[in-house]
Design a protein around this ligand. Structure first.
Ligand code: 4FV
Length: 254
């Protein structure tokens, strides 16, 4: 999968995308990441990429021409590339959207700066607008890195042979269950016995119920989309009455 990143700060991407899992994925050729400096497409002698907003107001706006030339230069190599603009005005980014984007072969990611980009960029060049959250960043670069990380995890081989992003939390609309590793006892806090039992059906039942319990207390909004069994719905009702059921602290806020 190929990512072309249109940005005024290409150096921001070297280390975050050069380390660890993503770095190895690039080495293995599973993903290709190319930065494109928008300022290289500002043809005036001062290479101006921003200007004052028409109608007045604070801050500056990114000019349409350099962005248009930058997008067309990448699209001239591959017309089918899909162009995404990272902006707080975009649709919320989530695991399912990451999985959908991972089916694309080539994404162009536009990173805005200042107050944003000229509206004609959206009208003429953008296929999709995505927001990583309801807060304002100084630029779209960090959002582009978040998207590349989450999408790349779905590319076969990126997470290593035995691991696939398909099992991850959120896809079944449940938060992850608690994880433990050695030591069994840390300052009197012990790993739950069931996890030491070797009884795999009991372990997966415990994990399922802990995931449901944790989701119900931290992200009840997700539960609506989680396909719970009637029995689990019943337990949750009971639990919400604060009774602990088979060792699971249902309903209690942790
Ligand atoms: C953002 C977000 C974000 C807004 C103005 C860049 C900044 C500046 N991008 N999700 N939240 N972008 O805050 O994607 O141009």
């Amino acid at each position: 999968m190929r990512f072309d990143i249109l940005t005024l700060f290409p150096n921001m991407f070297s280390s975050p995308l050069g380390e660890s899992i993503l770095g190895k994925a690039v080495e293995k050729g599973l993903i290709q990441i190319q930065t494109v400096n928008i300022r290289d497409f500002a043809l005036d002698k001062h290479r101006v990429v921003d200007d004052a907003p028409y109608g007045g107001g604070q801050g500056m706006v990114m000019k349409v021409e350099p962005i248009a030339r930058a997008i067309e230069s990448v699209k001239s190599q591959n017309r089918s590339a899909r162009t995404i603009h990272l902006t707080p005005q975009g649709k919320p980014f989530h695991q399912d959207l990451a999985r959908r984007l991972s089916t694309q072969s080539h994404l162009i990611l536009l990173c805005g700066r200042y107050e944003g980009v000229d509206e004609r960029v959206r009208e003429l060049f953008i296929d999709e607008e995505i927001s990583i959250g309801d807060y304002v960043l100084t630029g779209g670069e960090l959002a582009a890195m978040v998207l590349i990380d989450a999408v790349s995890r779905f590319i076969p081989g990126v997470l290593g042979s035995d691991r696939s992003a398909e099992e991850d939390s959120f896809l079944n609309s449940l938060l992850e269950y608690p994880q433990y590793t050695r030591p069994v006892d840390f300052r009197g806090s012990r790993v739950p016995e069931v996890l030491l039992s070797g009884n795999h059906s009991a372990i997966s039942l415990w994990r399922r119920r802990e995931a449901i319990r944790r989701t119900s207390s931290r992200r009840p909004d997700l539960l609506a989309k989680a396909n719970l069994t009637e029995e689990e719905k019943g337990l949750l009702e009971e639990g919400l009455k604060g009774k602990s059921i088979d060792g699971c602290r249902w309903g209690k806020v942790d």
